[in-house]
Design a protein around this ligand. Structure first.
Ligand code: DGJ
Length: 741
């Protein structure tokens, strides 16, 4: 049984295959205490870890005054303003203006499987795969009831948490903060891992010491953001890919969030993650409920790599719903970097014809096909095909592309409106704005007020009409600006603080309609590159565009950070032209492909301008994709070296679940003179099996070469040698197949 309630000790114990999580209830008060999270333990009574019997001040004795012990008590879901002076997980403003709230234990229920979170993305699992504990805790003064939900997966070291608040009083209560989870623990010299960044530099791995007070990451941009991923982890000092303790927390949400650690006067840590309280105030009428988004947690005492593989398995098996999640995706060519806004039907067909000759399987028409859009300053909202660019319309183009033998995909930005659009001229109040304050433009556009049903119906129906008008196999849903000037013409004054979260619920509702109405569509989320690369989006789309930076060297770091949490099958990655449009860098064509092979794979260049030799390289790269994608998509990911840390070279590896095959990607970033060969100690192999080893350099269009046979233990402990490669940004693929097959 993964969840038990020990009545004698008033404790809940949640067990995953290798971890335990223990919650204890104090006898007198009904405070919910967080007793333990970590490697599996056998005992249930861990109440000594709550420290409630320790005397507060010398020479006082412990008389259980709240102010004496709550401030150091490891709380399971701390309230606000009642004697715990660390940050609370929930705060309110009641009808009389008071802010105190304190959820106290009332009861529990254990259910097979996992209930939905209405309107929100969430992990899922059947009754055989998981079990859920519901703890009921009420604030009796407010008559505000909380349900703390914990789902325990039986085959993965994951606990998914969420919180529901329900107003049982007869007056409105304003929620000013409601975190998805909070967890208190002793500090053992942990460090804080985050993924930070910027446009074109998303998800850079960061590691920082934890100092007294609060620190963390967050977003108030109305999207999870380029700047920070909704992820935080505590890592023991000197943790590596293979050793050390990691506590990871990942929010299944795409909007404003915080992920924070607070170090207290007693060297305890409080981690809390949830919707950012900045820009949040939710009015809860009597009888209404509020669902906070889901947080997934995992613990590893085998280093960061185990955390990564657990999250990959969770997301592939229990979050991504698309039927494409375990299918090889068609290799696409996208015209964005090839043409930007300057294209027409004939140009796209030329690209399609050459792409077909090279083995590419789908053409994606990016931004600029609608209204009178020829730069980024107009027409968002006017989702009518521009027949000056596409004479004969969209269906003609799609049919012609299909005749060439390619599928067709399309770009759309349903959440936005250009001031220069018929839509805005007809409905200026449909944009998010504050009356009397000029709303700031970003990329010449405004954000539609999707909190209004009629606005999201218009946006969704515009998109659906285009998808129904032709044989469209793929959709890239883009979102190119952040929210600001938060005002909705349709909400009363005391609900304006709900806009950011209502906006996210609206996007989720639209995407839910989309996946329901177009179940076979291959759907990729995108947000000015990777500003919405988060678990919430994966619930709707099996892949997300990773970054507008397609330079192979920059991508090493972006993809390293992304892969730390997200499965390779979800990571949009394309080969683009050199000099690279973001950084002007020239990298070998083969390396660009080797790096993109770690993701969904495709091209983002004008293939009609490639030389014959480059086109034959594309054909070879296409073969590599078909050869390796099943392994890359479904296998276990191991990081052998981190370019983000060493700034010299990069190496990652994917091993099939049955350990019969592995693919190692090696990138020597800058060439250096007079250096030895580099020793690569591989990971995750079966030590007793023999593996054939083939090395293929990026400049080789030949089949695999240089075959050797070694035992797995030799490859993992003694390693293999990679000779220095001539030039910068050189790379190699190392393919291992079990020799006993
Ligand atoms: C941002 C995306 O990341 C790009 O790939 C491209 O689709 C542009 N938007 C189009 O505006």
């Amino acid at each position: 049984m993964p969840i038990i309630y020990d009545e004698a000790h008033r404790a809940f114990k949640l067990d995953t295959p290798h971890t335990s999580y223990v919650i204890a209830i104090t006898d007198d008060e009904g405070f919910l205490g967080h007793a333990y999270y970590g490697a599996s333990v056998s005992d249930t009574d861990l109440s000594h870890l709550l420290r409630i019997d320790e005397p507060p001040f010398v020479p006082s004795k412990n008389d259980r005054e709240r102010g004496s012990f709550l401030d150091s008590f490891p709380s399971e879901y701390p309230g606000n303003g009642v004697g715990d002076y660390r940050e609370g997980a929930v705060s309110v403003r009641d009808a009389d203006g008071h802010t105190a709230v304190s959820p106290l234990y009332v009861g529990y229920r254990i259910e097979k499987g996992k209930p939905d979170l209405p309107g929100l993305p969430a992990t899922f699992g059947s009754g055989d795969e998981c079990e859920t504990l519901l703890i009921f805790a009420d604030d009796r003064s407010l008559d505000l009831h909380f349900t703390l939900r914990y789902t325990v997966f039986s085959d993965l070291d994951v606990i998914a948490r969420s919180v529901i608040a329900e107003n049982h009083s007869d007056k409105p209560i304003y929620l000013t903060k409601i975190m998805s989870a909070s967890i208190d623990m002793d500090d053992r010299d942990y460090k804080m891992r985050t993924l930070h960044g910027s446009w074109a530099r998303e998800r850079v791995p960061g590691l920082a010491d934890i100092s007294y007070g609060k620190q963390g990451v967050g977003s108030v941009r109305g999207e999870s953001s380029h700047q920070a991923n909704p992820f935080i982890a505590l890592e023991s000092a000197n943790a590596t890919e293979t050793e050390g303790e990691i506590y990871a927390f990942h929010l299944v949400y795409s909007g404003n969030f915080i992920a924070q650690v607070e170090k207290s006067q007693f060297d305890s840590l409080r981690v809390m993650v949830g919707i950012n309280p900045q820009e949040f105030c939710w009015k809860l009428e009597p009888g209404e409920t509020f669902d906070a988004p889901e947080l997934v947690m995992t613990y590893s005492n085998e280093g960061r790599g185990k955390m990564t593989r657990t999250l990959h398995d969770l997301y592939r098996g229990h979050l991504i719903r698309s039927p494409h999640r375990s299918q090889k995706r068609p290799i696409l060519i996208n015209n964005w970097e090839a043409t930007y806004f300057d294209f027409d039907t004939e140009k796209l067909l030329q690209i399609a014809r050459v792409a077909k000759e090279c083995g590419i399987e789908m053409l994606v028409m990016d931004d600029g096909w609608f209204g009178h859009r020829s730069s980024d300053d107009s027409s968002l909202g006017d989702w009518v095909v521009n027949e000056n660019k596409l004479p004969g319309g969209l269906k003609y183009l799609v049919d012609e592309v299909n005749k060439i033998g390619l599928k067709f995909g399309i770009w759309f930005e349903p959440e936005m409106v250009s001031p220069d659009s018929d839509l805005y001229r007809a409905h200026p109040d449909w944009a998010i704005a504050i009356p009397g304050r000029e709303a700031c433009l970003s990329r010449c556009q405004l954000v539609l007020d999707l909190t209004r049903q009629e606005v999201r119906d218009y946006a969704y129906e515009s998109l659906a009409a285009i998808l129904r008008s032709a044989n469209i196999s793929y959709l890239k849903w883009d979102m190119n600006r952040q929210l600001s000037d938060l005002g909705s013409a349709a909400l009363p004054a005391d609900r304006q603080g709900e806009i950011s979260h209502r906006y996210m619920l609206a996007v989720y509702e639209m995407q839910e309609r989309l996946v329901h109405d177009f179940p076979d569509l291959l759907f990729e989320n995108c947000s000015g590159g990777g500003a919405r690369f988060d678990p919430g989006m994966l619930y709707y789309s099996p892949q997300i565009w990773c970054s507008d930076d397609t330079d192979a060297a920059e991508r090493l770091i972006i993809q390293e950070g992304t892969e730390m949490c997200y499965p390779l099958s979800s990571m949009g990655a394309h080969v683009s032209i050199c000099p690279n449009h973001a950084v002007g860098r020239v990298t070998p064509f083969g390396t660009r492909a080797n790096v993109a092979l770690a993701g969904t794979f495709g091209y983002e260049l004008d293939i009609t301008k490639l030389s014959d030799e480059e086109k034959s390289q594309v054909r070879e790269q296409v073969k590599l994709y078909h050869k390796y994608n099943d392994l890359v998509r479904e296998g276990d990911y191991y990081r052998v070296a981190s370019y983000a840390e060493n700034r010299l070279w990069d190496c990652w590896e994917v091993v099939s679940k049955d350990k019969s095959e592995a693919l190692v990607t090696y990138v020597q970033v800058l060439g250096r003179p007079n250096v030895h060969s580099r020793n690569l100690r591989l990971l995750g192999l079966d030590g007793s099996r023999r593996y054939r080893v083939y090395i293929q350099n990026d400049d080789s269009c030949q089949a695999e070469e240089a075959e050797e046979i070694y035992r797995g233990d030799t490859l993992m402990h003694a390693g293999i040698q990679m000779p220095p490669l001539w030039g910068d940004f050189r790379s190699a693929l190392i393919h291992l197949t079990a020799a006993d097959q």
